[in-house]
Each structure stands twice: as C-alpha cells, then as structure tokens.
Design a protein around this ligand. Structure first.
Ligand code: MG
Length: 252
C-alpha cells in the first residue's frame, strides 16, 4: 500500500513537470540556412585550361622568368617557344619564386612526339610539391614501367588508379589538389601528412592519398622528416625534352 502511494506521487510529479516544460520549438527550413559571409564570387576560365579570376598564372606561354628560376635562383635556361616551355637537358630543375602550402594546380604537359627510350627513360619529368614530393610525369602510352613510378603516380609511394595517358606529342593535363603537411611539436614527424588528389586528363588517378615522406629514388620514404614550411613548385629535368604550358594555381 505504501509503495503504491509513493509510485502514484512520483507519477503525479512527473505529469506536473511535463505540463510545465514548453514544447520543443518546431524546426523550420530557414533555421539551418547560413547566409553570411556571402561566398566569394569568381569568374571561372572559359575552358578548363584557362585560369579562374582568383588564380595566379605561373606561366602564360611567353614569360617564364617572372615567376620561375633555375635551382640556383637564376634565370631559367629552359626553352620558351610556341606557347610552352621545354626542358633543356642538363640545366636542372626550375622552380617557382613564390612558395606555397595548400593549393589547386593546373598544369599541362607533353611528352616528345619522337619516341626515344623506354620505361623511365621515355618522356620523364615531374612536378614536385613543396620541392620534395613528386607527381610523376612520364610517357606511359604503350610503355610499361614499375606501377608506382608511372605517369600520375606519387613516385614510389602511390601508383595511379588507372593509366590515362595520351599519345606522345599530345598535350595532357594534370589537376592537382595538394594539402601540405602539418608537423608535431617534435619538428620531425607529421601531425597530418601531405595529401594529394590528381586528375590526369580529367580522370581521377590519385584520390586524396597520404604521403609517407619526401620522394626517394632509392630506399623507402622516410616516415620522419625535418619540419618544412611553404615550398616552391619544381619541374624536373630528367634529360627528356618534356614541355609544359597553361600553369596556374589557386591557393587554398
Ligand atoms: Mg620524374
């Protein structure tokens, strides 16, 4: 009997509290709409090769020396002609004067029409993010090589998802979305590693992959690296006359 009285009292109290609690506000569509700040308006390029209005044009087909130097910081010796720049064998890499961290990069490349060499010796160049992480440029049109070293690979770390190469002598595109690493306080290990997405001729070949360390030709990439800040984009002189054009970048 006593228990029954207590239970009834509790029930009465609960009903009383519920009666005082206001009904939760009914959600309306506009309650989850965010209006400010307004999204920045930019003008996209007329075609995918054209720079959007908020991009930095790194090479317009004519002027290389404004934005690029050789590895020593001097005027680059690569050959500018016919709206593109071509590797001059033996002169070394070229690099941007500006340094970058996170970005979207558009770059077009062309392997020599005259096919000379095989495997890694044919139309080899490369695009180095922050000067140390390579997206491979290679003529892999009917040209086998090791899978983690072919066009669109993150050299020796991630093979491309597919081989989307066009024939030698035909212009090809890379659209690269790169996120620079963040470092732990020890200054030698990644808090978050560099990540990269690559579209080769509009086809996804790297899907936000994590890099293990700077690109190594011999040996495994180091899992610990020395902390680095923003870096240049570098183009590789691998001894083959690979050409580049329509280079633009959007910092993120
Ligand atoms: Mg290379």
């Amino acid at each position: 009997m006593k228990i029954q009285i207590i239970t009834s009292s509790l029930l009465f109290a609960a009903v009383a509290v519920m009666a005082q609690t206001p009904e939760p506000m009914k959600m309306k569509p506009e309650m989850t709409e965010i209006w400010d700040p307004e999204i920045a308006v930019i003008t996209p390029g007329e075609t995918p090769k054209d720079a959007p209005s908020d991009a930095i044009v790194l090479f317009d087909g004519v002027d290389l020396a404004t934005e690029w130097t050789n590895s020593k910081g001097e005027k680059p010796e690569w050959i500018v002609a016919d709206g593109c720049v071509t590797v001059k064998k033996g002169t070394g890499t070229i690099k941007t004067k500006r340094v970058f961290e996170d970005y979207q990069l558009h770059i077009e490349w062309r392997a020599p029409a005259e096919v000379i060499g095989e495997s890694q010796g044919r139309g080899n160049s490369g695009i180095f993010m922050q000067g140390i992480y390579e997206v491979q440029v290679l003529d892999n049109y009917n040209n086998r090589t090791y899978r983690n070293g072919q066009a669109g690979s993150i050299y020796k770390q991630h093979p491309p998802l597919v081989n989307a190469c066009k024939a030698p002598g035909v212009w090809q595109t890379y659209d690269i979305i790169y996120t620079a690493p963040r470092f732990n306080e020890d200054g030698i290990t990644y808090f978050t590693p560099p990540t990269v997405t690559v579209l080769h001729n509009g086809v996804l070949v790297q899907n936000n992959v994590k890099m293990r360390g700077p690109t190594e030709y011999i040996g495994v990439p180091e899992y610990t690296v020395k902390k680095h800040g923003p870096g240049s984009i570098e183009l590789q002189d691998h001894g083959n006359p690979v050409s580049f054009r329509n280079i633009w970048i959007r910092e993120l």
